[in-house]
Design a binder for this molecule. Structure first.
Ligand SMILES: Nc1ncnc2c1ncn2[C@@H]1O[C@H](COP(=O)(O)OP(=O)(O)OP(=O)(O)O)[C@@H](O)[C@H]1O
Ligand SMILES: [Mg+2]
Length: 308
């Protein structure tokens, strides 16, 4: 059974900083659009004004990248003023206030406020918009875990009224295994694996649908066991090898040692019997972003339900 099926409205990609979340999310978004679903790729990342791979502007209003694929950067304050416009009479009188420094200072000081507003917008995009699916290029481990807590904390702190109602709706979506699925990305290195386990545990504690762990930048073993054995045989028989052959042997030994150290780093996941999916390290020319996305997409394809 593929992990992601057509009913999934929200696919979350998270993991340690720098492990490839943005690339993996973009590749998934392309696959999702390719499977016929109107998809929006969402980030909260304020570092760039353009998507680093899709090369389109990142704004609050979803920007159409190609047919069935849009990209958007969600911002808490834009979300609040949009909410006010939709729900409050005469909201044009205080729309400026929601974007003002005074309101920003107040809201930034309120714990969880910005996170809740961003999650609210994700909820809208996933359930009440023209999009069939949101792919969320989510923040890294610490901030992501905080995001998961916010709706529950809010609903407990404010027991009645619209804030409670909205926090509950968001919580219901996040925890609904039929609508939301979490993919945790890691590299085959100690810290990314440790953080991946931390996220898997946090999601499992909330009974969220999560998995497999995406092991990005995998270096394949250069030679099969049989090929290594034949090479050792050959070397045992030859007294001297030519320079290019010696260089090829050294390169293959180095790649084998990287592959072995990656395998050791994955041991904690193996011990927990967690499913993993390898995504290869792509050797790319600086211009070939589409090739990069296509190669990563091919590795992620097994996650997706076949095109109907
Ligand atoms: N499998 C891969 N093959 C080749 N390049 C990769 C691969 N995975 C990631 N990269 C490159 O590594 C860099 C970091 O990846 P990316 O920006 O997706 O990570 P991130 O997890 O989103 O980082 P951050 O936490 O800072 O947002 C990018 O330049 C990306 O293109
Ligand atoms: Mg990123």
């Amino acid at each position: 059974m593929p992990d992601i099926h057509a009913s999934h409205k929200l696919i979350i990609v998270t993991g340690k900083g720098g492990v490839g979340k943005t690339l993996l999310a973009a590749a998934l978004a392309r696959l999702s659009a390719g499977s016929g679903l109107n998809t929006v790729l969402v980030t909260l990342d304020t570092r760039d004004d353009r998507h680093p791979l899709l090369n389109v502007p990142l704004e609050y209003a979803p920007y159409q990248v190609e047919p069935r694929l849009a990209a958007s950067r969600v911002d808490a304050f834009e979300a609040v003023s949009e909410y006010a416009r939709k729900t409050m009479p005469f909201s044009m009188f205080y729309e400026g206030f929601f974007k003002s420094g005074t309101f920003r200072d107040f809201a930034t000081a309120a714990p969880g406020f910005e996170d809740l507003m961003c999650l609210g917008k994700l909820y809208n995009l996933a359930t009440e918009s023209e999009f069939d699916r949101v792919i969320f290029d989510a923040p890294a481990t610490g901030h992501f875990r905080q995001l998961l807590e916010v709706p529950g904390v809010t609903a407990r702190a404010v027991q009645v009224g619209p804030l409670n109602h909205n926090a509950r709706k968001i919580q219901d979506l996040l925890l609904d295994a039929d609508r939301t699925h979490v993919l945790v990305a890691a590299l085959a290195e100690e810290m990314p694996v440790r953080e991946a386990l931390e996220i898997v545990d946090a999601c499992s504690a909330l009974r969220m649908s999560v998995g497999p762990v995406l092991i990005n930048r995998r270096v394949p073993l250069p030679l099969s066991d049989l090929e290594s054995a034949s090479l050792s045989d050959l070397l045992a028989r030859e007294t001297s090898v030519s320079e290019p052959v010696a260089a090829a042997i050294a390169a293959s030994k180095q790649a084998a040692s990287i592959a072995a150290s990656q395998e050791r780093a994955l041991e904690p996941l193996r011990q927990r019997r967690l499913r993993t999916l390898d995504v290869p390290q792509v050797v790319q020319s600086s211009f070939a972003v589409d090739d990069l996305l296509a190669e990563v997409g091919a590795a992620l394809q097994p996650l997706m339900e076949e095109r109907p």
